[in-house]
Design a protein around this ligand. Structure first.
Ligand code: ADP
Ligand code: MG
Length: 269
């Protein structure tokens, strides 16, 4: 067995908000899971569940945002250490507004490099431009987010995050606001980029097809209180490297979607 600490580990995590007030609320409980650090390979974990079951709370705990860490009970470990705050080893992509509206695409992507003092200052433009091109935004670097489509704005969000080479990428419904063709393009792009970064990705989505297409593991959450109800690994067809449209037409893929749908309905009747 390897001595490498887990990328992420939750031990008996329970999160209660507004503790000791009339609005006290048990958001998630009994969270126990590990994600191993596999040599040269990051896992993608898709997180499905009804609204309010604590998916964002789990991402926020891993991200180390104020108001979330430390959890009310239990331990959240990243590379074997208790999370006490955010860090450049973890990147977050939200559904919307992951970028600064007053900065150009280039300055948005450079922002983290400057903030984390990554690379030599004179190299940062080149580092940022390389990612801007990888996400297909070459030529748009001097535009502001509002001048871009929703899909292009999510490309900026991916570049902003990946330029820092995080070991963990947290994605909270990143493609939910996009139309279906754009969403498929973003799935294709994500798979492509990921070969490069080898990060572990936690991705919240409402699309069961997206979850099955991208994931090594699918987690299905139940609600009140939020908890991890089912993990599916074996039944997932190897589809991630393939073209999203054609792989999603295959019969093994459709069977997996049916199985996940069935499990979702079983734990959330
Ligand atoms: P999901 O992302 O699955 O929809 P969330 O993690 O956003 O669920 O929320 C789970 C529950 O915890 C919800 O009832 C929500 O209102 C509550 N909650 C989340 N964050 C906070 C917070 N910072 N303060 C108070 N309540 C919160
Ligand atoms: Mg959420």
């Amino acid at each position: 067995m390897s001595e490498r600490p887990h990328v992420v580990e939750f031990k008996n995590v329970r999160q209660i908000f507004n503790i000791g007030t009339p609005r006290e609320y048990l958001a998630v409980t009994d969270l126990n899971f590990q994600v191993a650090d596999l040599e040269g390979k990051g896992e993608l974990i898709s997180m499905l569940g009804p609204s309010g079951c604590g998916k964002s709370t789990i991402l926020n705990l891993i991200a180390g945002y104020r108001g979330y860490v430390p959890p009310t009970e239990g331990q959240v470990l990243v590379f074997g250490k208790s999370v006490t705050g955010p860090g450049p080893d973890r990147g977050m992509v939200f559904q919307k507004y992951s970028s600064f509206p007053h900065l150009t695409v280039l300055d948005n992507v450079k922002f983290g490099l400057n903030a984390c003092n990554r690379g030599k200052p004179e190299e940062r433009t080149d580092m940022a431009m390389a990612w801007i091109k990888k996400v297909g935004l070459g030529g748009h670097e001097n535009k502001y987010p509002r001048q871009l489509s929703g899909g292009q704005q999510q490309r900026v969000a991916l570049a902003r995050s990946m330029v820092l080479r995080p070991r963990i990428i947290l994605m909270d419904e990143p493609f939910s606001a996009l139309d279906e063709p754009t969403r498929i393009e973003m799935q294709r792009l994500l798979v492509e980029l990921w070969h490069d970064v080898e990060a572990t990705v936690f991705m919240v989505t409402h699309s069961i097809a997206e979850a099955v297409y991208l994931a090594d593991r699918v987690w299905i959450f139940a609600t009140q209180p939020g908890r991890l109800a089912v993990e599916i690994t074996d039944a997932l067809p190897p589809s991630r490297g393939d073209d999203p449209l054609s792989s999603q037409e295959r019969s093994d893929f459709k069977e997996a979607v049916q199985l996940v749908t069935h499990e979702f309905q079983r734990v959330n009747p």
